[in-house]
Design a protein around this ligand. Structure first.
Ligand code: FAD
Length: 175
């Protein structure tokens, strides 16, 4: 399977970096894996209507997308939002049909995000990656979308955080 990991965290020693390493380490070796590391490549999130900087080829290539990012102000980091604005464009990711967008992509996705909000509050929160799942990926034809939310990240013990990494490793192995 062609796996594209879209990773968004600026700090190489962050917990998200540990998630990123864990996923890469545990994906089965027969997969072909490509990486978009948005901060490392200094991705320009500003939407410009030029063809040159778009990364559509990678999305067309991928059967499985994996997004890894921290939740900031209830949603995704701006650099990732900019990537989506620039790459998931009309005419490529979706077409405008009579009843709304018609997805042009296929494949599935796994969203891994971290935050501090306790799990109990998630049903009442508006985003926390739900927008990416339901209002971006699904209308573009990408489904199913699995979601892993690591909650209360900064309040957990190191041991608990490592247990979460182990759960992520087990999911990565099954892809
Ligand atoms: P880090 O801060 O890098 O690490 C967290 C802890 O994990 C540290 O103690 C670190 O030492 C430890 N760690 C790192 N690697 C490992 C490892 N391998 N094993 C065990 N422990 C490890 N949260 C919300 O819930 N809602 C919000 O709206 C929200 N908005 C935010 C806005 C901003 C601008 C910022 C900066 C934070 C916000 N947060 C919010 C909190 C944010 O979601 C968390 O800070 C983030 O998810 C933590 O992930 P990280 O990778 O940055 O962790």
């Amino acid at each position: 399977m062609n796996v594209l990991i879209i990773y968004s965290h600026p700090n190489e020693t962050s917990y998200n970096a540990s998630i990123f390493q864990t996923v890469q380490k545990h994906l089965a070796p027969e997969h072909r894996v490509k990486i978009v590391d948005l901060y490392k490549e200094n991705f320009d999130p500003v939407l410009r209507f030029d063809e040159r900087h778009k990364r559509r080829d990678l999305l067309s290539w991928a059967d499985q997308l994996i997004f890894i990012f921290p939740t900031w102000w209830s949603g995704m980091p701006a650099i990732l939002k900019g990537f989506i604005d620039r790459v998931f464009v009309a005419g490529f990711a979706y077409q405008n049909g009579p009843r709304g967008p018609v997805g042009q992509l296929d494949g599935k996705a796994w969203i891994i995000t971290t935050h501090n909000t306790p799990k109990i509050f998630l049903p009442f929160s508006q985003d926390y990656a739900k927008v990416l799942k339901s209002q971006i990926l699904k209308p573009c034809g990408i489904k199913p979308v699995k979601m892993t939310q690591v909650t209360r990240v900064e309040y957990m013990s190191d041991r608990q955080r490592k247990e979460e990494l182990e759960k992520i490793a087990q999911i990565a192995k099954r892809i």
